[in-house]
Ligand binder design. Sequence first.
Ligand code: HEC
Length: 190
Amino acid sequence: MKRKSGFLTTLAAGTAAATIVAANAIADGVPYRDVADMLYRVMSADREVYTRMVVQRLTVDHPVITVSEHFQDDLALPLPSQMFRFGAETVADGTGDFSYSLLSLHPINKKNGPGTGLEKEGLEYVADHPGRNFYGEEELGGEDYFAAVYPDFAVAQACVMCHNNHPDSPRTDFQVGDVMGGIVVRIPMD
Ligand code: HEC
């Protein structure tokens, strides 16, 4: 128990450190694309490590606990997408320098579908060109944004099993290694 909470604290500390580094990098004139790429590396590493070292290991390989979207009531582990969103919400509370989200063209939660033209184009691009990233700019509510869309891969069997079997999933043929969606990093330009 101790080890697990220490591990989750480390993940949270990683998010806070990445936020400070990114804010400084933008202030120092580092290109938006490079800042977004660095942020993505931290996010996807945290996401993969949580899925493999916690969810896959403790719910599939050695089933000692369950993982559930109702994790509070069920006393279960939060879903990888929930962990990701909690990180994004923590960042949004602390800074307006950038924001990020996890989206898909085949979302279980309809709120995770593309919300803008660029998000749709980027999700289609990363799905059609596995391993490539999408970069663009768009204006939303009178503000110009740089946005990057990165592929979100099925890095563990747990990703595929859960999505393919979920009653709300519009797609049921995901395989390990597939692009399941995209991470969108958005930076306001000034
Ligand atoms: C135990 C079940 C479970 C596991 C394991 C799981 N997911 Fe999900 N995933 C969900 C559910 C449920 C949602 C929607 C919940 C939400 O965000 O509100 C979701 C959301 C997502 C989304 C956003 C689009 C959508 O479907 O709503 C992506 C992309 C995604 N997951 C990819 C992955 C990847 C990649 C992995 C492995 C690294 C993974 N998931 C592991 C259940 C799971």
